[in-house]
Ligand binder design. Structure first.
Ligand code: GLN
Length: 544
């Protein structure tokens, strides 16, 4: 029985800020901290980004990393990928708070007269809006623990209002309910062998100036911090030495919760906020152990090539890399990755590019560049019986390739390329009907989780263990043109998954091939270390 019917639910907050450098892995660190408590507590991650875009949906993945798609259709920062994978949760798009979203709300409120004639200001109106969002999420989700990650680096002008909102929040929710974690960097300059603590000291001083006083410091460093350095950082940052955690480089990243646990992170959180839920890390330990064993070798090895154009930044395909790693841990095979930039691929250079490759993934993408090269690669895989996994654009290209070279539809293409190369004679891939009237770019694709109906008796049915309905995440404007489905199937292509009650083809396969499957959805987004995505799993298995 609830003894305090009027007592409000009070969540605990852990706020993670970063210092010194960007790209230190705040998302992974925050997710790892959360994962120590996931067994017993309801954890909700919130990510704050200072940029003025509403979401990263329209940003170039080379600049910003992969766009992660949530089940509710939100296009969010790739850190949500870490959150979902580490915490085993399904995140919501409101948990991604960008300055763009905040300002949009403020301007709308102002026009509606919400501010009652007041001068609208950064403080209190913008900071109030930010705090309001934090608290509303905590309340709606009945969260036990809210992880607030503030993107960027302390000192960045664009995150100052988030920092100020947190400063105020700690007094509103009570100091015992809010804990601050600061992630910094301890370099070991070449030439010296010494760990340098000065950047950390400077960074913490900047935090202090903003009114924040960290309760725990995670210092990214190549090696465990030496005791003197730990003591020194503790002294300068007003902390006990045990609150200084070494955030050493780990491979795989799933090792980080284990590294944190060994250093007593859960215990520190307990001490500070009376929040105890004993970490249950046995399964993580086993799978991480498998992956480490593979790194040390000797191990069976396979090479997977990723054909894309966003090859400049590894983060562009972050979830695909993770999904492969999940399979590696379960199938106990070391997966080497190779990028093939198809922009300048020619028939003469193709065999060399595919030398030593055991399977190929053609991932999602947009625009014309590199398309023809990918089609050549897919043809080669089909003809030579090499395992192929197509994702989204990858499926569309596999259909184009099949239409051209098997069904004799020579001019087959996607109308996506029309703007760049002119009229497409045989539009086997065309805009989804509901997309025709849309002109805005942001947030207007067919996005998020949708059901997929799997056709019994197909390879897909085998892959999904006989299930006839699965749920997957989408992000596309184009689809297999329903007018060509019959012709393609007559040629031997099998559409083994579709949207229930609609003609949207969502899985395709070629019977008789070792593994030639493609999906209109993004299976990589929902793969977990503990439970690898089935399509990826069977693709990797087919290579063995
Ligand atoms: N450009 C294609 C479309 O919009 C594929 C999108 C993707 O691969 N995510 O349908």
């Amino acid at each position: 029985m609830n003894m305090h019917p009027n007592k409000k639910h009070q969540a605990k907050y852990i706020v993670i800020t970063g210092g010194v450098l960007s790209g230190l892995g705040k998302g992974v660190a925050a997710a790892s901290i959360g994962s120590l408590h996931k067994q017993k507590l309801k954890i909700v991650p919130i990510k704050c980004d200072g940029y003025l875009n509403t979401d990263p949906g329209t940003m170039n993945p080379v600049e910003h990393g992969e766009v992660f798609v949530l089940d509710d259709g939100g296009e969010v920062d790739m850190d949500f990928g870490h959150y979902e994978r580490f915490l085993g949760i399904r995140a919501k798009s409101t948990w991604s708070i960008t300055m763009g979203k905040v300002y949009k709300q403020i301007l709308e409120n102002e026009r509606k007269g919400v501010y009652l004639g007041k001068t609208v200001q950064l403080i209190p109106h913008v900071t109030d809006e930010i705090k309001h969002r934090f608290k509303a999420i905590a309340r709606e989700e009945q969260a036990d623990l809210v992880l607030i990650e503030i993107g960027g680096t302390i000192g960045d002008m664009e995150i100052q209002l988030f920092v100020e909102a947190v400063r105020q929040l700690q007094f509103e929710v009570g100091r015992e309910n809010l804990m601050q974690v600061h992630l910094t960097y301890v370099p070991i300059p070449t030439g010296t062998k010494e760990q340098k603590s000065k950047p950390t000291q400077t960074s913490v001083r900047m935090l202090n100036q903003a009114g924040l006083y960290p309760d725990m410091l995670i210092a990214r460093c190549r090696r465990m911090l030496t005791e003197p350095v730990r003591q020194k950082i503790a002294l300068f940052c007003n902390l006990e030495p045990e609150a200084i955690i070494s955030g050493i480089d780990v491979h795989p990243i799933y090792d980080l919760p284990l590294v944190f646990e060994e250093q007593g992170v859960a215990e520190l959180i307990h001490k500070r906020m009376h929040l105890y839920s004993p970490p249950a890390l046995d399964e993580t330990r086993r799978l991480v152990g498998n992956l480490k064993k593979l790194q040390k070798g000797p191990a069976r090895e396979k090479t997977v090539a990723l054909c894309g154009k966003y090859t400049d930044l590894e983060d562009s395909y972050a979830s695909i890399n993770e999904a492969l790693l999940h399979c590696a841990a379960h199938l106990e095979v070391k997966i080497n990755q190779k990028f093939i930039d198809t922009t300048h691929l020619a028939p003469e250079t193709l065999p060399a590019a595919l030398e030593g490759v055991d399977g190929v993934i053609v991932p999602g993408g947009f625009g014309v560049r590199g398309l023809e090269g990918k089609i050549q690669v897919i043809r080669h895989l089909r003809e030579k019986g090499i395992p192929f996994l197509g994702i989204c654009l990858g499926m569309q290209l596999a259909v184009i390739e099949f239409a051209r070279h098997v069904c004799g539809l020579t001019g087959a293409n996607s109308t996506e390329v029309e703007k760049e190369i002119g009229k497409v004679e045989v539009p086997v891939i065309d805009l989804l009907p509901e997309q025709v009237a849309i002109t805005d770019y942001g947030g207007t694709m067919r996005l998020g989780g949708h059901d997929v109906e799997i056709r019994p008796g197909t390879r897909a049915s085998e892959v999904y263990g006989g299930r006839t309905a699965i749920r997957q995440r989408f992000r596309h404007r184009y689809e297999v043109n329903p007018a060509y489905i019959a012709a393609l199937e007559k040629g031997g292509l099998v559409f083994s998954g579709k949207a229930p009650g609609r003609d949207i083809m969502q899985v395709m396969e070629l019977p008789g091939h070792r593994f030639f499957m493609a999906a209109q959805f993004h299976p990589e987004l929902t793969s977990l270390l503990e439970k690898p995505d089935e399509l990826f799993y069977h693709f990797v298995k087919a290579m063995l």
